[in-house]
Write a protein that binds this ligand. Structure first.
Ligand code: ATP
Ligand code: MG
Length: 371
């Protein structure tokens, strides 16, 4: 895992602009007669305008639940969710419908679910525009433009059954873009496609992001997708757990000839939520035997996270076994760690918050080195 990056790259990737998607302490509990499932357990997420982002996570981690809420199909049990500056939690039925028609575009995994089977591609793309009162001529022109951008203009007069799965998904992207949404959401859009079709659909999504300036969030299990986006957010147990940033990956263009998209250097980050909670990925905790409790220490420029004595590879006294949240050795990061050591109220949480705030975007490193 790489541990270096430029602040500029990171600032760009983490999106310092207006957030298109902002979730704070989002909770979704499904209640049935017999059981209660906490699908989202206080999820925090921020996606900047124009970002092209992948969402990954084990089955059942809450990805589709999150997309359902962002798309306006479902409501959170608690917490706040804003899309394009609009709070979704308190929308009326009417407002919700308008939101779904105007602000978000959605692409389901299964191609037939995205299109009306008795309409041609052109009619499918024109249809959503009727809800906004667009004239017949303008609907047709925009539909043709979008099919062209998605590389499926030749399918304009075909109905669902006359197209391949990949073609159907590219038409589905055109449908999702028909009303110029601020945000495009896709739940495993390449999940049912072969690798060639999947690559074409991914390229079409990129094209959509670049040409229409739409913020895109794709749920995927496909490493080929997550390896090519600038930012991959991992959900674990209903919370955002880690993020991987790829400064070299340009979400707006496919890999060029001879360019391996998987070769983009990646930096993994752990998300620190508003309460200072931090999830450490198993690849950090397991080798060190970290569980239940850890000791936190102020280090120069980073925070030390140590297994309990006797439970893992040792405490600060035994410098071989630590996971460290490194604030870097230069600039303000080192300063804040030094200040924290001088701060009589310098609690572990305060240290975490420094990592979350001043050094947001710094890499999490695994190190046996205390300095
Ligand atoms: N309508 C529902 N009623 C009850 N439980 C639900 C409902 N929908 C989802 N769940 C539960 O919520 C949790 C999160 O489900 P979700 O569909 O969001 O997961 P996911 O990350 O999309 O998984 P997958 O990768 O398999 O699609 C799971 O434990 C699931 O069983
Ligand atoms: Mg799902």
């Amino acid at each position: 895992m790489s541990v270096t990056e430029t602040d500029e790259d990171t600032a760009t990737l983490r999106g310092t602009g207006v957030p298109a998607i902002e979730c704070a302490s989002l909770v979704r509990i499904y209640r049935t007669a017999k059981l209660e499932v906490q699908a989202l357990q206080g999820l925090d997420l921020r996606v900047a305008e124009g970002e092209f982002t992948a969402l990954v996570g084990a089955s059942g981690s809450g990805k589709s639940t999150l997309l359902g809420i962002l798309s306006g199909l479902d409501s959170p049990t608690a917490g706040s969710v804003k899309v394009a500056g609009r709070e979704l939690a308190g929308l009326s039925r009417r407002e919700r419908l308008a939101y779904r028609r105007e602000t978000v575009g959605f692409i389901w995994q299964s191609p037939p679910r995205n299109l009306l089977p008795h309409l041609t591609s052109l009619e499918n793309v024109a249809l959503p525009q009727t809800y906004l009162g667009v004239s017949c001529k303008a609907r047709r022109t925009r539909a043709l433009d979008l099919l062209e951008t998605m590389g499926v203009a030749y399918c304009r007069d075909r109905v669902l059954g006359q197209m391949s799965g990949g073609e159907q998904q590219r038409v589905a992207i055109a449908v999702a873009l028909a009303n110029k949404p601020a945000v495009l959401l896709a739940d495993e859009p390449t999940g049912e496609l072969d690798s060639d079709s999947a690559a074409q659909v991914l390229a079409a999504l990129r094209e959509a992001g670049a040409e229409h300036g739409v913020t895109t969030l794709i749920v995927t299990h496909d490493e080929g997708v997550s390896g090519q986006v600038q930012r991959t957010i991992a959900i674990r147990d209903g919370r955002t757990a880690t993020e991987t940033l790829r400064p070299g990956a340009n979400g707006a263009r496919p890999a060029g000839p001879g360019e391996d998209p998987d070769e983009h250097e990646a930096f993994e980050y752990a998300v620190v939520d508003r309460s200072g909670r931090l999830q450490l990925p198993p690849e950090f905790t397991e080798p060190l035997g970290i569980r239940d409790l850890v000791r936190l220490t102020h280090e120069t420029g980073h925070v030390g996270v140590w297994p309990e004595p006797g439970k893992g590879a040792g405490g600060p006294e035994n410098a071989d076994g630590a996971a460290t949240a490194d604030g870097g050795s230069d600039g303000g990061a080192a300063g804040s760690a030094t200040r924290s050591a001088d701060d009589p109220a310098g609690s572990a949480q305060a240290a975490d918050e420094r990592v979350a705030g001043g050094d947001r975007g710094r890499p999490i490193t695994e190190s046996g080195d205390r300095s």
